[in-house]
Design a protein around this ligand. Structure first.
Ligand code: P53
Length: 478
């Protein structure tokens, strides 16, 4: 296929503050939830410690030192031809504890410098407000998004950065992968999304729905505030788009998959459509989950619909009904997924499914009728740095090229509006789920190892030159 994308298509790359910046206590920054998570291995979970404890290695403390090296890194992004660069603002640089009255000027200045550096090369910043990096003080003091107070604290933060960067940043995203926490039985998701640790005996599902409610309300208030500050702002919601397929054509499996999709995407249903889906009201009733939802909340949801939907796409899921489903066919993501024998898996067990991206884009377009922005897509893999500092990452090129092909089909053959594409990741990062550096995603190799050793030197991978051509040809040459 040699057809190209629209002329204003936003090619770029993505990262998140906590996964690249390091400098975790420089410039007045407070601790964030990412600063109290240790490194894990290929298949185990990171340990969440009570504050920073001796004897643990915390890979995000230094990450890949983007805080100091961003001018050279942004220059490399420009060399690839990036039209945009997605990153997040570390909330704890701006409000170190999260509940101060005034923002931290040194933190604000850092992002001024970073955004100016991008704009110098005509690279449009795309900025996530909350990407797994809530100030840790909000966890210890308020229990994270268990507390309604977090709505106010988050929107104060949003207001401060909207005002400060109103002439530098046009594209915003509120909460990264807000729907990850549908997997509420996994400690990682509720902690990184919401700053919540579930105690034994507590109903994690109920806690997730309450936190999710406060977050969609906070998101809706932020959307309204942002539009007041600058009517040109484009403020998106952001979900992890793993579609859930039925394992077979059995009607029970098909319904289970539908319930799984409803469960995974209730967050964006509320954020994009401005109201709760009917099935969920009934579901919460049946589960005797009573949420704190006020009329003002509902008004805010209706008034604060997001302008576009950002999505990450890494993999597809599959599910099957069991013999003992309840009346709701309740979906528990921790237990209810099955392996899809039709798609291969990455070394980390992620089901690689390029066609699932075309499916997802069509499905989201049918459901929300808003522009979509693919703000993450990529594959974590072990890269080999050769002696001449080359990295032959053909597997990454194959993965990305197969997915871009399907994005093009969705856009050009199916008529889905996609605003842009920012693969994960622009440069090697600390993996969110494992804390590994060796689970590499970037176009740019960073010489840093899982134990924190390494020179932090940057090297262009083969995929760097490949992506440069993709952008230059506006998607014609894959
Ligand atoms: P890592 C789960 C499923 C899909 C995407 O992930 C996910 C997660 C959480 O791990 O996270 C996103 O680094 C996230 C990024 C993250 C990236 O995907 O666990 O927005 O911060 O690095 C890749 O391999």
């Amino acid at each position: 296929m040699t057809q190209t994308m629209p002329a204003n298509f936003l090619w770029g790359g993505a990262v998140a503050a906590h996964q690249v910046e390091g400098a975790y206590h420089v410039g007045g920054k407070g601790l964030s939830v990412a600063d109290v998570m240790s490194a894990a291995g290929n298949h185990d979970e990171r340990t969440i410690t009570k504050g920073v404890q001796p004897g643990y290695f915390y890979p995000n403390h230094d990450a890949v030192d983007f805080y100091h090296q961003y001018p050279a890194d942004v220059k490399l992004f420009a060399e690839m031809g990036f039209k945009c660069f997605r990153t997040s603002i570390a909330w704890s640089r701006i409000f170190p504890n999260g509940d101060e009255d005034e923002p931290n000027e040194a933190g604000l200045e850092f992002y001024d410098r970073l955004f100016d550096e991008c704009l110098k090369y005509n690279i449009e910043p795309v900025v996530t407000l909350s990407h797994f990096e809530m100030p840790y003080h909000l966890v210890t003091e308020y229990g994270g998004f268990r507390s309604r107070k977090l709505i106010k604290l988050f929107t104060n933060f949003a207001k401060a950065v909207f005002e400060r960067y109103q002439d530098k940043v046009k594209y915003w995203l509120t909460f990264n992968e807000i729907n990850n926490q549908i997997n509420y039985d996994r400690a990682f998701t509720l902690f990184t999304n919401s700053g919540i640790t579930v105690k034994p005996g507590e109903n994690a599902e109920a806690i997730m729905y309450q936190a999710g409610h406060y977050e969609v309300v906070a998101s809706a208030i932020a959307v309204q505030m942002g539009h007041q500050i600058n009517p040109d702002f484009q403020i998106g919601a952001m979900i992890a788009m793993s579609p859930v397929y039925p394992a077979t054509d059995s009607p029970r499996d098909v319904f289970k998959a539908q319930r799984a999709m409803q469960s995974r995407f209730w967050f964006s249903d509320v954020q994009m459509l401005g109201q709760y889906p009917g099935w969920l009201n009934k579901y919460l009733e049946a589960k005797k989950i009573n949420l704190d939802i006020t009329q003002t909340d509902l008004d805010n949801l209706a008034k604060g619909k997001a302008d576009y939907l950002g999505l990450s796409y890494y993999m597809s899921f599959a599910t099957a009904a069991s013999d003992h489903e309840d009346a709701q066919f309740s979906y528990n993501e921790h237990d209810d997924l099955v392996t899809n024998k039709f798609v291969p898996q990455s070394d980390w067990g992620w089901q690689v499914d390029p066609q699932g991206l075309r499916y997802s884009l069509n499905w989201l377009n049918d459901r929300y009728h808003v522009p979509l922005f693919i703000v993450e897509n990529g594959i974590g893999a072990i890269d080999q740095l050769e002696e001449n500092h080359e990295v032959h990452d053909q597997y990454r090129i194959d993965y990305l090229s197969d997915h871009i092909e399907q994005m093009k089909l969705a856009m050009l053959d199916d008529g889905v509006e996609v605003m842009g594409y920012t693969p994960w990741s622009a440069i090697d990062i600390v993996s969110a789920s494992t804390g590994q550096l060796s689970k590499r995603y970037g176009f740019i190799y960073v010489d840093r190892n899982d134990d924190g050793s390494g020179s932090l030197q940057r090297y262009r991978k083969d995929s760097f030159y490949w992506y440069q051509k993709v952008i230059q040809s506006n998607g014609a040459e894959l």
